[in-house]
Design a protein. Structure first.
Length: 94
């Protein structure tokens, strides 16, 4: 009885322009301003803006990485045959 009542109340087509075009999400035009539609619109907007911001920051980060001069952090100036005194002096020096 309850399902039969739901079938009679469910619209045949989507009445809201912002909702997905799936039969389980069909809203009548009178119900477009309900609280659930507000939450759906703002959560969709939040996900969209978060994705755009993530993509933008990824592109900016890659552009900075490509255009900046890399620091030679992997360069080790020590020689393999260097004695301990030179290593200590190198650490103490500028």
């Amino acid at each position: 009885q309850h399902r039969e009542l739901e079938r009679n109340l469910a619209p045949e087509e989507q009445g809201c322009s912002w909702a997905p075009d799936l039969p389980s999400y069909y809203y009548s035009e009178e119900r477009c301003a309900q609280v659930g539609s507000f939450v759906f619109r703002y959560s969709t907007m939040y996900c969209y803006l978060s994705g755009c911001l993530c993509a933008l920051l990824t592109v900016v980060g890659q552009a900075v990485r490509i255009t900046s001069r890399p620091e030679p952090w992997f360069c080790n100036p020590n020689e393999g045959t260097e004695n301990i005194i030179k290593r200590i002096l190198r650490r103490c020096g500028p």
